[in-house]
Design a protein around this ligand. Structure first.
Ligand code: GAP
Length: 514
């Protein structure tokens, strides 16, 4: 765990030093859980967006895009349930003055019980050696059984307190579990209060009786309220999907862990409208498709796993997360939800407008069911950054930090480096750069030794460097250096466009998904 904490710290420092992510309004000491993307960050972010957007809209004839406004009619959020139920239980420690989510404190306590069970297993495995039977041990060891009983009881109490909105029961749970402030160790807690996560503001002038409106906490509702607009104008036939990328805002109580949990973030969501009764087939279809999208990036299949939800939200009949192995451990990266007809039905009720699809095959109208895939763009960014960050030994004396970012996502695809700043090499380098710049993001650099320049490119994940030397002027060849293997080969300038294009192409990556 300590090493993982270090990894996150190193990634945060690296992201700042190399222009990926800066704290928001840093000159004023920043703003909690809000971040700005720098010159390299914005390129990486745009490339992730492109990979998702093209996957959805180029590879699926029945998926179209949308860009709905952030502000929506306030009744939207009444209908979606966010006004009444988008709450987190908040608790403060009176001594440390730190604020926490009470449910997260309880979940952490449950995780600790789980860890204790694992420790018992490890001890017993050592003691019994080859004859150790894990399943039998878990089923019979009195200590394990005691921990398990406590875990089950805690889970039931947590679920009951959350579903009945019973904040006194939540507080009692914190007390009974003897939960202490993780920072100060104090058990001096306030009562638990519900806290709505939506940011609100006012639209219109005070004189005109301004309306309270919300900054959207998810992009999905913009898709639901436009469902019929898109279906009719696009002559879409069910099943079909609407994809959208956009900002979302949540006043998270505890917003730690860098860009994993932010107050302003971006979502990439797709709502897939299906015939009622066919939702489980499509749910499984999208689980598989989305995992394929992740795996195709080549960041290690072992870094992903499904986590099926047992406690479903009231509107869902199936839900799972795709979890990623972040520096903090396996955590939710993407959600896949079978949302039934809850949202459209509710918008029908609150708006008084029909939101039904006329199925020409069945000759009947119905409210479609919805499968949603929802991934946080910033979380995906963190997944790419943290899994690609490597500290490596180059040789006996030298080390390097390299970002092994999948080449099609890399902020800069190729650096063009004249060996020296004279003898016509910079001019030749510029000519080569001008040939490549229309097809990929290029970068020119002529300062420092070539070794130092390679290191700088490694640190921002540039997959290729092209070095122009005196031989280039004679035979029109260059040295092509590859980031991960650090191998170098002499290639003709004429072949650069094709070689680099193939190795960094987003479309080639997308072809592998099919
Ligand atoms: N429309 C469904 C929805 O919004 P969610 O599980 O609340 O579901 C979906 O959010 C995804 O959005 C998450 O899997 C996560 O990647 C991302 N996300 C949610 N809250 C976030 C936050 N505070 N900061 C960064 N990403 C967040």
């Amino acid at each position: 765990m300590a090493q993982d904490d270090n990894l996150l710290k190193n990634v945060i420092a690296h992201a700042k030093e190399y222009g990926f992510i800066f704290p928001s309004s840093e000159i004023y000491d920043g703003l909690g859980a809000v971040y700005d993307y720098g010159q390299n960050g914005v390129e990486l972010k745009n490339n992730i967006k492109e990979y998702w957007w093209k996957f959805m809209t180029l590879l699926h004839d029945n998926i179209v895009g949308l860009d709905a406004a952030i502000f929506m009619h306030p009744t939207t959020w009444k209908a979606s349930g966010h006004v009444d139920a988008f709450n987190d239980p908040m608790i403060d420690n009176k001594d440390s003055k730190k604020r926490y989510r009470a449910d997260v404190l309880v979940e952490d306590a449950i995780a600790k019980m789980e860890e204790k069970i694992e420790k018992e297993v490890e001890k017993a495995a050592k003691r019994f050696g080859d004859s150790f039977n894990r399943d039998m041990f878990l089923d019979t060891n009195p200590r394990v059984l005691e921990y398990r009983k406590k875990m089950d009881e805690t889970n039931v109490r947590l679920k009951e307190a959350m579903s009945s909105n019973d904040m006194a029961a939540m507080k009692q749970l914190v007390i009974d579990l003897e939960i202490a402030d993780p920072l100060s160790g104090s058990r001096n807690w306030t009562d638990v209060r519900q806290f709505n996560l939506m940011f609100s503001t006012e639209m219109g002038s005070v004189a005109e009786d301004a309306n309270k409106i919300y900054l959207r906490p998810e992009t999905a509702q913009g898709i639901f309220v436009n469902f019929l607009n898109v279906q009719k104008t696009g002559r879409m036939k069910i099943p079909f999907g609407i994809a959208q990328i956009g900002k979302a805002f949540r006043n998270e109580i505890v917003a730690r862990q860098f860009i994993f949990r932010m107050r302003e973030f971006e979502q990439m969501e797709m709502q897939f409208f299906v015939k009622p009764g066919e939702e489980m087939r499509w749910y499984n279809f999208w689980k598989e498709k989305r995992m394929k999208w992740h795996h195709t990036l080549g960041m290690g299949e072992a870094n992903y796993r499904f986590f099926d939800h047992r406690n479903l939200a009231h509107y869902a009949n199936a839900a799972c997360d795709i979890q990623f192995n972040f520096p903090m451990g396996f955590k939710e990266l993407e959600g896949i939800h079978s949302r039934t007809d809850f949202d459209l039905k509710s918008h029908e009720k609150y708006s008084g407008k029909k939101l039904q699809y006329f199925d020409p095959e069945d000759n009947q109208s119905y409210i479609p069911y919805v499968i949603e895939t929802s991934i946080g763009l910033d979380r995906m960014f963190l997944a790419v950054l943290s899994s690609s960050y490597k500290e490596e030994k180059v040789n006996a004396e030298n080390e390097r930090i390299v970002l092994r970012i999948p080449a099609p996502l890399a902020p800069i695809k190729v650096a063009i480096l004249p060996l020296v700043k004279k003898d016509g090499l910079p001019e030749k380098a510029q000519t080569i750069l001008n040939q490549l710049r229309f097809d990929m993001r290029t970068y020119y650099e002529d300062k420092d030794t070539i070794g130092k320049r390679y290191r700088r490119m490694d640190a921002i994940g540039t997959p290729f460097c092209v070095t122009i030397d005196h031989q280039t002027l004679q035979d029109d060849t260059v040295t092509l250096r590859e980031r991960d293997s650090m191998t170098q080969q002499r290639v003709p300038v004429a072949s650069l466009g094709q070689t680099l294009g193939a190795a960094t192409s987003m479309n080639n990556l997308l072809r592998q998904i099919q």
